[in-house]
Design a protein around this ligand. Sequence first.
Ligand SMILES: [Zn+2]
Ligand SMILES: [Zn+2]
Length: 259
Amino acid sequence: MKIKRLTANVYEVPLGMVNAFIIEDDGLILVDTGAPGSAGKILAAIGEIGRGPEDIQHILLTHAHPDHAGSVAELKQLTQAKVWMHPAEFPHLQNGFSPKPPQPVFSSFLNKMLYRLFVRNAPGEIPAATADELMEDGDWLPLAGGMHVAHIPGHSPGQVAFFMPGQKNVLFAADAADNMFGLSYSCFYEDLAEAQHSLERLATFDFDVACFGHGRSMLKDAAERFRKRFIPVHPATPAQWPAVETEAMVRMHEPEEKI
Ligand SMILES: [Zn+2]
Ligand SMILES: [Zn+2]
């Protein structure tokens, strides 16, 4: 399991089906922690860049699903890290159980099948842990020169993404989307309308690189690709433009005619 450098200070840590990320600041910031039992792999990965457990100072959780928050408890014991998350899913971490959506929605048949194979019967239990800091939409975390928090519900109620400006602007998109078979919708959502709104919002950020919970990181033109994929075009086809213009003309002339 090799750690992969994405930018001057961002690394991808592949953990099988899911990714965690390392940001080099004075110390290290870990974004997500993989499934339960991943702490050893994460520590081995940072060993490859000459760092040890004592270097991990912060753990940012994008959400509390077991494949992202599964090793927080273990890592808290092995490091001095402070854990950050959104309050909406803090009780899940504290109670050691991350529920699945009561009625998951899917963007495709393939995603429905993947959910049935890998998610539906997966345990919701996670080793319980506590968070040290809660973060809200719009917060700027005083880490790595400033990281902007965007609350992006839809996949789960307390999911957050991080926008980190730098030499290259990086978006940690969590499970808002994935890049397993190209940039696409995540395997499942709890609320599709909220998820669509969250994706459109993410597409307004100006990022070069995008990092996903699942699938390969996107190393260039990532915001442009998000916009093309997730922002619907209005009107849908150029052929509809003349109709819109005609309507507008009619509206403009109406008051005059009435006077
Ligand atoms: Zn998830
Ligand atoms: Zn996930």
